[in-house]
Design a protein around this ligand. Structure first.
Ligand SMILES: NC(=O)c1ccc[n+]([C@@H]2O[C@H](COP(=O)([O-])OP(=O)(O)OC[C@H]3O[C@@H](n4cnc5c(N)ncnc54)[C@H](O)[C@@H]3O)[C@@H](O)[C@H]2O)c1
Length: 433
């Protein structure tokens, strides 16, 4: 199979979208220009499993410009932009295996399809390629595999668990852990686009609402900050004492989910954990509560428990909004005998990608430049005969500095430089005490 996209005729719209995003990705464009000349990935086959968005398209173009043969599949069944997928195939000659709304079977068939291209480099967002390689395609590990990169927190957590068990058999660069990624993409990208997904799906007015954020990591911080900016009263739930303390000192209410459940209007999970909102919480929710997730997998909201509590099948009341009707327990506001309604957005999947367009291009500029440079580093290590042991590697400080400087430059922001005296002072211990 050469490609599998929903409708190749959408290519024109997709190209417009890709070009629009490119305007806001100047750092990646500069990397692409250098890659065109230097061809650091010449002759390499690269499989990427990423959200198929306009920003990803510009990353794929960059990798192709570097000389790689790029094969792309989706890292989530609901995150594909079908017009972008079509444009990549038709206008940019990049094979894509992704359709928005694909079922689980098709999703994995697409993962397998890109692995059939026999990649020597992988690029994951959630470790689907790497885990499939280790479970089904171990032949690829012996066939010149140079390594891979990982885009998201949940993927890195899984890869570290594999490394700890001695199960990881290839080197991986943890792009997610680069400061040029998580401080910006997870915080400002997820913060803004998650609210956008919720608003597009429901048209809810956030001013005056009680907005519950589960998890105060990089994504949760951004989401809480932006929800407050829209006028919501924000409650944070956490399991980590330090993060909870940070949220409290940042001025948010902090409480257990069981308590928050009774007062929240809109709930969003961003923990990377499972069953963060479950039966005990649904039971306490108000009539009309909206529940969604921006964490990587669709396990943060326990939909099986909600389904078991609900009467009948959920009803799709708007695109990306399912209404579950639950017999109202006596302690909620709704009068006895009535049903209480709980609305689940985007089937509990990443609401910012399913119901909106994912992160804005400007922030993906940094994440994807870091991705491209991390890939170049893997190829360079191989070219120099440096054998990387199977492990999870950090992005080098040199790459972080390059990306940050280029982004600042593109924003017209200049910073100070150390004077020779300051440099000496910072490196000394005798002076000043
Ligand atoms: N939607 C997107 O576009 C997008 C972008 C980046 C990351 N992500 C995903 O979002 C998730 C969070 O990423 P992050 O970078 O913020 O991770 P993080 O590790 O920085 O933060 C996660 C936080 O959740 C807390 N937590 C864990 N279990 C909890 C529970 N039961 N209740 C309350 N809090 C709990 C942890 O203590 C931690 O503070 C991951 O799955 C990541 O892959 C999504």
């Amino acid at each position: 199979m050469e490609s599998d996209v929903a409708d190749i005729e959408l290519a024109r719209t997709g190209t417009g979208r890709i070009e629009w995003a490119d305007r806001d990705m100047p750092v990646l464009a500069a990397v692409r220009e250098r890659f065109e000349k230097e061809k650091p990935l010449e002759g390499k086959v690269l499989a990427a499993c990423l959200h198929v968005t306009a920003e990803t398209a510009n990353l794929a173009r960059t990798l192709k410009a570097a000389g790689a043969s790029v094969f792309l599949c989706a890292s989530n069944p609901l995150s594909t932009q079908d017009d972008v997928a079509a444009a990549l195939v038709k206008e940019y000659g990049i094979p894509v295996f992704a359709r928005k709304g694909e079922d689980r079977e098709t999703f994995f068939a697409h993962v397998r399809a890109v692995l059939d291209a026999k990649p020597v480099l992988t690029m994951d967002d959630g470790a689907d390629l790497v885990s499939t390689i280790h479970q089904e395609r171990t032949d690829l590990l012996d066939d010149g595999m140079l390594g891979g990169t990982e885009e998201t927190t949940t993927g890195v957590v899984r890869l570290r668990a594999m490394a700890k068990d001695g199960a990881l058999k290839m080197p991986i660069v943890s792009v997610n852990d680069a400061k040029t990624k998580n401080m910006f993409d997870n915080r400002y990208g997820t913060g803004q686009s998650t609210l956008e997904g919720i608003i597009r799906a429901t048209d809810v007015l956030l001013a005056g609402k009680v907005f519950v954020v589960a998890g105060y990591g990089w994504c949760g911080r951004g989401l809480a900050m932006r929800a407050r900016g829209m006028g919501a009263s924000v409650i944070v739930t956490e399991i980590d004492a330090v993060k909870a303390l940070e949220a409290a000192m940042d001025g948010f209410s902090v409480m257990p989910m069981e308590k928050a459940a009774a007062v929240g209007d809109v709930f969003c999970t961003v923990t990377g954990n499972k069953d963060v909102i479950r039966a005990a919480h649904f039971e306490r929710m108000k009539d009309g509560a909206m529940v969604c997730n921006a964490g990587h997998f669709d396990v943060e909201i326990s939909l099986p428990e909600l389904r078991a509590m609900a009467e009948g099948e959920p009803v799709r009341v708007r695109p990306f909004v399912d209404e579950y009707r639950i017999r109202t327990p006596a302690h909620t506001q709704v009068s006895a005998g009535m049903h209480k309604r709980v609305y689940v957005l985007a089937e509990g999947r990443l609401v910012n990608l399913a119901a909106a367009e994912g992160h804005p291009a400007s922030v993906m500029d940094m994440s994807f430049s870091t991705q491209a440079l991390a890939c170049e580093w893997l190829a360079l290590c191989a070219a120099e005969g440096k054998m990387l042991a199977p492990a999870v590697y950090e992005v080098s400080e040199e790459i972080e500095r390059q990306v940050a400087e280029a982004k600042l430059g593109s924003m017209g922001v200049a910073i100070d430089e150390l004077t020779p005296e300051q440099e000496k002072y910072m490196a000394s211990w005798q002076e000043g005490t």
